[in-house]
Structure formats: structure tokens, C-alpha cells
Ligand binder design. Sequence first.
Ligand SMILES: [Zn+2]
Ligand SMILES: [Zn+2]
Length: 364
Amino acid sequence: MTISAFPPGQPESGRAETVAVTAGRRTVYLVVLVVLPVLTLAAAVPAAWGWGIGPRDAVIAVVMYLISIFGIAIGYHRHFTHRAFKCRRPLRIALMLAGGMALEGPVTLWTAEHRRHHKYADRAGDPHSPWRYGDSGLALLRGMAHAHIGWFYTARSRSSRQRWVPDLMADPDVRRFDAAYPAVAALSFLLPAAAGGLWSMSWTGMWTALFWGGLVRYAVVHHVTWSVNSIAHTFGDRPFRTRDRSSNVRWVAFLTLGEGWHNWHHVDPACARHGVLRGQLDPSARLIRWFERAGWAYGVRWPDPARLAARRVEAGPGTSGAGAGPSGAGPGTSAGRDPGRPARGGERARGGERDGVRRAPPRV
Ligand SMILES: [Zn+2]
Ligand SMILES: [Zn+2]
């Protein structure tokens, strides 16, 4: 299966959907998003082998990991990108800060790229499809490297924030957060360092916590997040019909706290729950449910059983749908809309709140 939709060279993305990136900025992306995490992980292996990681640093690293991944999954992705739920201002700011801890960029930049990914998923215009170069062994390997981290540096253009996230650009809290992003990034390292120093009351404790809870944690968080783009668009089950190659990969879902249940997410991007089938644990959806019960989140879009049934691939052998590819999607699967399409004129991509928030009983 080859995606012929990808022409040689940079796909045409349409008018003003992308903006050029300067060489200086691409170099920053190369260092922060590609080189530094790989070097850190390379250093972590002998460090863990030689000295091991103590319980204090392990606790700090795990807590920072959970904050970062939940911040991306619940904040950047489900709330800011797809508006799967609304929430009160303190929670919204906390989610933005938590997402910032992952060091994956300001929320507007992340969101703009991801909305474009949904609009063009695995077709020309997708910023990070693993199928970009074809489906033969080497081409797919090259495509996966591109989808994982390669595109950060190779892309000569970025999704235009004015085009993709006008709703966020109009939000004063978001603008303040974007402006303060360098400070948030610094906090992502200062917090674990301070926790380690104060906990151990030693400089050594500070430095080891900075290494494990700051550097190594950020490197792991990055590669875990990027696995959704590379692995969960290549391997795994596809129990729902989609026009792209989004799939479910259990270990990616485990590490991303629910984001690896990526197949349903491409069917219904605005749904607050990604793991919708039996046995698909989705801690991010669970937390949103708790926020809802506490009254901090509202207007939550839970799965619609009728939609689930309608998009389910027939039971029996081949249920996974793997290998069907975008062109293998069944009739009517594209549903005539762009799942990740940003709002226009303040209206939601799909219907809008006034059209009724689906209130199907959640599986949480
Ligand atoms: Zn995707
Ligand atoms: Zn998404």
C-alpha cells in the first residue's frame, strides 16, 4: 500500500496554512527536540547501569513525568486542541502549565501543528505522517523517523497560528503563557532540582534530581509523546474505520496515559475518552471524569455509543482493520468533515455546544 497522495517534495498545504521557519529557529528545534533528548537518554543508560537511580530521584522523576504527560494529554491535546471539555480558569491555567513542563513548545504552536495533523492525517499536508515516503521497508522506516522527530528539523514551514488557533490567540491567558514559555521551561528543570535539594538537603541531591527528574524525564516524555505520531500511525489494531492509519498500541497507551488509543481519537477527535473499548485503560479520561465530578470541568464530550457502533469494523477475523490503510476505509468513513478542523467564528468544529453535548454514560 502506498499513499500516492504524497507528491515528491513538500506537499502543498494551501493558502496561509503554514509559515516559513527561520534557520535559527530550526536549529533551536534541532537542539531541543532532537539532539538533546537523544544525548540525555544515551547518558542515562550508563548512569543507571553504573550508579543506579535512588528512590528519591525515582519519585521526583515519576511525579514530573505524570505532570508532563497529563499536561499534554488532558491540557494541550484534549482541552486546548480539541476542546473535548471546558473547565474553570484555575484548572485551565494549571493544565497549560503542566503541559508546558513537557517542553514540547508553547501551547499555540503545539495545537496548531496538531490541528493540521488531524485535517490531513496521513495525506499530503500532514506535518508528520510515517507514510510520507511510501510503505516499503526502508521508506516506512524513513517515514517513521520523520514522524517521530525528523520533521521538527526538516520542515521548512510551521502551521500558522493565525490560521489554526485563532481561538487560542484571542485568549489573554494563553498569550501570557506563550510569552512566559521560557520561564515555564526553566521551571521544568528548577522544580525537580529544588525538590531533590530540599529533600536531601544536599547539592548532590539537587544535581541528581535535576538529571533524572529534569533531563531524563523530559527526554522520555518527548519520545513517549512522539510515539503516538510514529508508532500509533503505523502498527497496532484499527477497530474503527478511519481514512488514515491511526491505530491502537497498548504499550504506547500505557506510557501516554491513554493517548495510544489513537484509532478512535481520529474518528471522534473531540471525544474526551480515547480508550473506548473494553480493557482500554485511559487514565487521562479518568482524571477528566474526576474534574467533572469536582465541578472543575464541564461540557465534557463523552463517547456516543451510536457513533461507536456505526464506525466499528465488523467483528471476527480482521477486526483490527490493520493494513486497510486510508484507501481501505469503508464507504462513508470520511463522514464529510475534517475531524481536527479548527473552529470558525467561535463555533466548534463539530456542531458546537449549543447542538447538545453528548451525554452518553461514560465508562469511567
Ligand atoms: Zn494522529
Ligand atoms: Zn488529536
